[in-house]
Ligand binder design. Structure first.
Ligand SMILES: [Zn+2]
Length: 368
């Protein structure tokens, strides 16, 4: 029986490509994830220079990985590994890559993650399913306030996802708050999507001047982006009170492929796209895998990327996993709690995707 939740059903549909079952159960999901992990370990060992070296150095043979525990013997991949040489991670030739995403580090170096066209289309599919879960239907208007970006950037992925869900999209970019407000009153969007810091700042700047409730927005989706910005209970309450609507959280860094987990309107955890990502939580100090529900650092493995897959990537984000049914209908997928904090390191990714960075720089030049 198909899941009644569109997001869960999308994940189940992907799993049915591997597991022949009408009704996908939790145990089907576990079986799927383990098979995918075994497959990925073999794939990266055969194709990525970085992982071949890592496995050989640690005497790990892909054929010896037969359980989640075996898989957790693979050492972590860190942001620094990717920074040092992203090309060592590539499993296909460069002409198979459609788009590279870049983050500039504080030290002026760049981190790059590459995606194939199929991977980007799959991201669009997953976001679209999430929008359907959030009630976006025919002709609903979604306003996107991300900064404009090069082709196949975050803006484009979200725009296409809205259209695929049947909605209409208006992208207004990260413009001046007053101008944005006028556009919101004119457009009357059902949902507004933008980066967490922009939406928080905009709400604070406008709430004292306008009755934001009159815009009749139903949902504000605060994108996690690549930088960490707290989405605390008080920030959520502040936004919900100002707009009179739901403020929802999202998780997905550049390395993770922008869209990994999303909150539904019941706000009891961010539902994870488990068709494409395997999430572990490890102890902050010992780095040992933790039991479900224990708080630690999120570590993910991509289950379906063929261009530049990542194995056990350390996110430095602190959270915990939830394995409970949700009132929205999700009953087999795990969720993650909103990110509480980010672990510090020497090379904090304190910058955002390329174009946002350029806009920030331009602003500071204009203001000085
Ligand atoms: Zn839910």
């Amino acid at each position: 029986m198909p899941s009644l939740n569109p997001f869960e059903e999308w994940v189940h549909q992907r799993i049915r490509e591997r597991i022949n079952s009408d009704e996908i159960t939790k145990s089907d999901l576990e079986k799927y994830k383990l098979n995918k992990l075994k497959e990925m370990a073999r794939y990266v060992y055969d194709r990525s220079l970085f992982y071949k070296r890592l496995f050989e150095k640690n005497r790990i043979k892909p054929e010896e990985i037969n359980s989640f525990e075996d898989f957790s013997r693979i050492p972590f991949t860190t942001a620094k590994d990717v920074l040092d040489n992203p090309y060592l991670f590539l499993c296909i030739t460069q002409d198979g890559i459609l788009r590279g995403f870049t983050i500039e580090e504080a030290n002026g170096k760049f981190r790059r993650i590459f995606f194939t066209k199929d991977e980007l289309l799959n991201i669009i599919g997953s976001i679209s399913a999430a929008f359907k879960m959030l009630g976006i239907n025919d002709n609903d208007i979604v306003q996107i306030v991300f900064p404009f970006e090069a082709q196949w950037g975050c803006n484009y992925l979200v725009e296409e996802a809205v259209r695929l869900a049947g909605g209409e999209v208006v992208s207004t970019g990260s413009i001046d708050f007053e101008e944005q407000m006028q556009k919101i009153f004119n457009i009357k969007p059902k949902m507004i999507i933008g980066s967490n810091p922009y939406l928080v700042d905009m709400t604070r700047a406008l709430a004292s001047k306008y009755d934001l409730r009159k815009a009749e927005v139903k949902t504000i989706l605060l994108s996690r982006g690549c930088d960490f910005h707290p989405f605390t209970k008080s920030i959520r309450e502040e936004i919900e009170k100002a707009w009179g609507c739901k403020a929802l959280d999202h998780y997905g860094t550049m390395e993770a492929g922008m869209a990994n987990a999303i909150e539904c309107s019941y706000q009891s955890g961010l539902h994870i796209n488990e068709a494409d990502f395997y999430y572990e939580v490890v102890d902050v100090k010992s780095k040992k895998p933790l039991a479900l529900g224990d708080e630690g650092e999120l570590v993910f493995t991509t289950l379906s990327r063929t261009g530049m897959p990542l194995i056990r990537f350390r996110t430095r984000d602190v959270s915990y996993l939830i394995d409970k049914s949700c009132k929205c209908g999700v009953s087999t997928l795990r969720s993650m709690a909103g990110i509480k904090r980010k672990l510090k390191n020497g090379s904090q990714n304190n910058l955002l995707l390329g174009s946002f960075n350029i806009i920030k720089r331009l602003k500071s030049i204009l203001q000085s």
